[in-house]
Design a protein around this ligand. Structure first.
Ligand code: ADP
Ligand code: MG
Length: 932
């Protein structure tokens, strides 16, 4: 057994060895499974479920038999029998690890094993792919096997309705992209009704191309932004109203007697500059009712108005122009009270900024703000079990371990790799290098050997393409704009004499078959025979149907594929004779992984092949990291431009070192981003937990009672120093108490000398009593009101808080902190802000609950509206990197950033005749919308 020979030494090899007995066990079931009828085979699913869900057997117990069932089903349904190495990969996935398996080893099929086994728990397995085209392809292709075995399969796409998504998530297996799974999680924590949530618990995810997703894409957090649903008109109205009022300003602790109380009646609101508060008097409240045409100002339904008026009072009464803020070019800018400096870009939260803008009669900014964010790291860490597969994970082993606690196991290839990897070929400069590459392509092409050329950017692809055109060489260029078209081009890249140019991002998910792709040729012939595109698509789909026309088309396609398979076999032999697929890299990429991916395109499943990288001394990587060596090389040799330099080991080592350095740097950038998000994560989890409790319809009455009691402590404690030294201004204390507890009716407040503890206890007792009475009077229905009020308070404050945390993060990244670690600062300040927010929520809840009367027709209303979901580029932009290579990193980063495409999915619903958003180029109704 060739496989066994290799088993010595490394961690992976030892781990693989441990899998052997399991593989043998699986194999031992093969004959038994083959003897079953289709029905008997499918019935195994119920049988396993019973063993697991009822008899409490572990997944490991049933693994060998279950894997044997999947293999047999796959053989019958899609004609693929899992290789032994694929069984190994499946076990590794099930164990929650990363299976490194080379391109073309059939990872799509590997996933079926772990998916099936884990779906038996009934908890739902997610298969995560890099784009929606692949999600759809794989879910249909592999879906046949699952469905045959009685599992349900769902596809989660970005433009689906919540209902469609719910259905997809309810399935045993759900395919989708990383960003969509992440956004759904964030959106689920913004809904106001449980019935609007789409995801179930995050149980098990298998991430395909796991390095792309958990490493490369993890540099940019997911972000949802939107705006508050409060209108700017309301701020203007409130401002106009407040400007008409008579204000009393308490500067000193003034007179505190009856005289003053009488005096107060002449005023509409009282401002206490020391306490920084502004509150309506009864007279002011009367006026508000008239102005806003309200029956009872304090009614909970008027909370938006009350809020706007409160902020307008604060803006007009407390905040002073040119002290607290300045107005410049139609903008309200905050002045830092400590330094007197203007804090550009900062805004007061919770509507105060808008109120000041109304006061100053400048445009009220309807700025969109961050409503929710999460990094991929923290999202994927939430899965109870996580696993992944890719051709290239080893170089990032440390990061997978540290960040995700995933270990990487290299699975041997099904057949030995016989590809020849040549030494680097080095030229003095890019121009010489490109000329040499063109020559090489030409020679290779003339031999009939197909060649795949990798470039590091689209720019370079185009440059090379025009050079080839000048030489008259026909070629294809992949530009990664259309995933399906690209898949077809790649499929043909192994034809005799084919020339294909790709940037490193291109071509994932499809492998290159020598001699060409029979499926593609078969479809082309169907097209030529006048078969319409829709039917071809149907012929190539795997969904169940009894449509005669479709069934016929499928039969026809199958026959054509068989015919072309024969033809291709001949061409394949010619290609093999010519040396198989040749890979030419035109430059080293900043990470070894991307180079390896390019190389790995050749030599799949034991095919012959070659790979070679061409370098120029003026390549970015060499310029940045080559140092003196390059200059020396340039000066010493008298090699002409059009000759390659002699092979140089030190240079190749230098490059490898440079790549490792960049990889390390990139890792620290990601760790840095993550450490910020970790601060947020603790807060996010706390709030989301609270929200879920409300959404789940749990009884929150006791929680609210606790909040009311805390509020009593907070309000009194704010005034405590003044109470203790006898300088308290009873009016403003009273006003604040009315503001929160909706009544001044406390004996302890009317004493000559206030006893803070008695006051607290009295407020607590009376407020809780009146709150309990509301529950008694209104009955169970009141509990829903309680939930609505809690949810509203949490959401209002939380959304503001996220946005402030965002500003804080950006600010801290830019602020010079001397020796202080910005992350530590962020954690400290962020923690304080969170605590303040929690206190504000308690006060808000108390305020609402002390005002809510009978159960009115209260409805849950969202506090915000989502504008867009995308990736948070600023997370990298604001990163502060110190140290020697920071500039190099900066450049390297710009290169790689320009390659990333933003994901935004706020688009309108797609029409049936619109192009399908998955990028296939087909009409929606013929593509993803087929079953919609
Ligand atoms: P990877 O993702 O590992 O690069 P794919 O899943 O795209 O590979 O599969 C590559 C090709 O290998 C596909 O055409 C698939 O049909 C084929 N393949 C996978 N597994 C098997 C198998 N057990 N037997 C035969 N062909 C297989
Ligand atoms: Mg794949």
């Amino acid at each position: 057994m060739g496989l066994l020979d290799k088993i010595i030494g490394t961690y992976s090899e030892r781990e693989v060895k441990r899998l052997m007995p399991i593989v043998e066990k699986i194999n031992s079931y093969e004959d038994e499974m083959a003897s079953l009828t289709d029905k008997q085979l499918a019935d195994k699913t119920e049988y396993f479920k019973e063993r697991i869900q009822k008899d409490g057997e572990s997944l490991d117990d049933v693994l060998p038999e279950a894997f044997a069932v999947v293999r047999e089903a796959s053989k019958r349904v899609i004609g693929l029998r899992h290789f032994d190495v694929q069984l190994m990969g499946g076990i590794i996935l099930h164990q929650g690890r990363i299976a490194e398996m080379k391109t073309g080893e059939g990872k799509t099929l590997v996933a079926t094993l772990a998916v099936y086994l884990n779906a038996l728990t009934g908890k739902g397995v997610h298969v995560v792919t890099v784009n929606e085209y692949l999600a759809k392809r794989d879910s249909e292709w592999m879906g046949k096997v699952y469905r045959f075995l009685g599992l349900t399969v769902g596809l989660n796409l970005s433009f689906m309705s919540p209902q469609e998504k719910q259905n997809a998530y309810a399935c045993d297996v759900t395919y989708g992209t990383n960003s969509e799974f992440g956004f759904d999680y964030l959106r689920d924590n913004m809904v106001i009704r449980k019935s609007d949530m789409v995801q179930r618990d995050l149980a098990f995810a298998i991430v395909d191309e796991v390095d792309s997703i958990l490493i490369d894409e993890a540099r940019t957090p997911l972000i949802i932004s939107g705006r508050s649903s409060k209108s700017s008109d309301l701020y203007k109205q409130a401002d106009t109203f407040v400007k008409r009022l008579r204000k009393k300003e308490i500067v000193e602790e003034d007179i505190k007697d009856q005289e003053q109380l009488d005096d107060n009646e002449k005023y509409d609101y009282i401002v206490d500059l020391k306490a920084q508060s502004a509150t309506l008097t009864q007279q002011g409240i009367d006026k508000a009712e008239k102005y806003f045409n309200l029956e009872n100002y304090d009614d909970i339904e008027n909370s938006d108005i009350i809020h706007a008026v409160d902020q307008a009072l604060h803006a007009n009464g407390v905040k002073k122009r040119d002290v607290d803020y300045i107005v410049k070019d139609g903008e309200v800018l905050i002045v830092d009270e400590n330094t007197g400096r203007i804090m550009y870009g900062r805004r007061y939260s919770n509507g105060l900024h808008q109120a000041i803008e109304a006061k100053e009669n400048v445009k009220i900014a309807e700025e969109s703000k961050t409503l929710a964010t999460i990094t991929y790291q923290n999202f994927f860490r939430m899965y109870a079990k996580l696993s992944g597969m890719t051709g290239t994970a080893m170089t990032e082993e440390a990061e997978f371990k540290q960040i995700y606690n995933l270990d990487v196991i290299e699975i041997p290839t099904n057949k030995p790799v016989i590809r020849i990897d040549h030494n680097d070929v080095i030229y003095k400069n890019e121009a010489a290098k490109f000329n040499a590459i063109v020559e090489e392509i030409k020679a290779t092409h003339e031999k009939g050997q197909p060649v795949l050329v990798g470039t590091v950017s689209i720019d370079k692809s185009e440059k090379l393409s025009s050079l080839l055109s000048k030489t008259g060489l026909k070629h294809e260029v992949l530009n990664a704009k259309n995933h399906e078209k690209e898949a077809e081009i790649i499929a043909q890249a192994g034809k005799y004499g084919a020339i294909t140019i790709a940037t490193n991002m291109a071509g994932r998910g499809t492998d290159i078959k020598l001699g060409g792709n029979s499926e593609y040729l078969a479809k082309q012939e169907m097209r030529k025979n006048g078969c319409d595109e829709h039917l071809i698509e149907q012929a190539d789909s795997f969904n169940e149907t009894d449509d005669e026309e479709v069934l016929n088309a499928r039969k026809q396609l199958k026959e054509l594929i068989a015919k072309y398979d024969d033809e291709i076999e001949e061409e394949k032999q010619k290609v093999i004779a010519a040396g198989g697929l040749k890979i030419i890299g035109t430059e080293r990429h900043e990470t070894r992984r991307i180079d390896n991916q390019l190389r790995g395109r050749s030599g799949r499943q034991g095919d012959p092949g070659e790979s070679v990288f061409y370098l120029g001394l003026d390549d970015n990587l060499l310029k940045l990291f080559g140092g003196n060596m390059i200059t020396n090389l340039l000066n010493t040799g008298n090699v002409p431009d059009d000759m390659p330099l002699p092979p140089m080991k030190p240079l190749s080592i230098a490059i490898e070192n440079a790549q490792q350095k960049i990889e390390g740097r990139n890792f620290s950038i990601r760790k840095h981003i993550l450490s910020y998000d970790d601060v947020m994560n603790v807060q996010r989890e706390e709030i989301y937990k609270e929200r879920r409790m409300v959404l789940d319809g749990e009884d929150v009455h006791d929680n609210i009672v606790g909040m009311i009691e805390d509020s009593a402590d907070m309000v009194v404690d704010t005034y405590l120093p003044e109470i203790e030294d006898g300088t308290v201004n009873k009016d403003s204390l009273r006003a604040e108490i009315i503001n929160i507890f909706n009544t001044p009716d406390f004996d302890a407040l009317n004493q000559e000398k206030i006893n803070p503890n008695l006051l607290k206890e009295e407020i607590k007792m009376k407020s809780v009593e009146s709150f309990n009475k509301k529950l008694e009077e209104n009955g169970e229905e009141f509990k829903e009101v309680e939930r609505i009020l809690l949810l509203k308070s949490v959401d209002d404050r939380w959304m503001d808080h996220i946005d402030e945390m965002d500003s804080l993060k950006n600010g801290i990244g830019l602020r010079a902190y001397g020796q202080k670690d910005p992350v530590v600062q962020y954690r400290m300040e962020g923690g304080q802000m969170f605590e303040e927010m929690v206190n504000q929520i308690k006060l808000d809840v108390t305020k609402y609950c002390m005002r809510v009367g009978k159960v009115q027709n209260m409805e849950r209303k969202s506090s915000v509206s989502i504008e867009s979901s995308g990736l948070d580029r600023s997370a990298i932009d604001n990163m502060n990197i110190e140290g020697e290579a920071s500039q190099n990193i900066e450049q390297a980063r710009q290169v790689s950033q320009s390659k990333q495409q933003p994901v935004v999915n706020n688009g309108p619903k797609v029409g049936r005749n619109d192009p399908c958003p998955c990028g296939s180029g087909k009409k929606y109704k013929n593509c993803c919308g087929k079953n919609a």
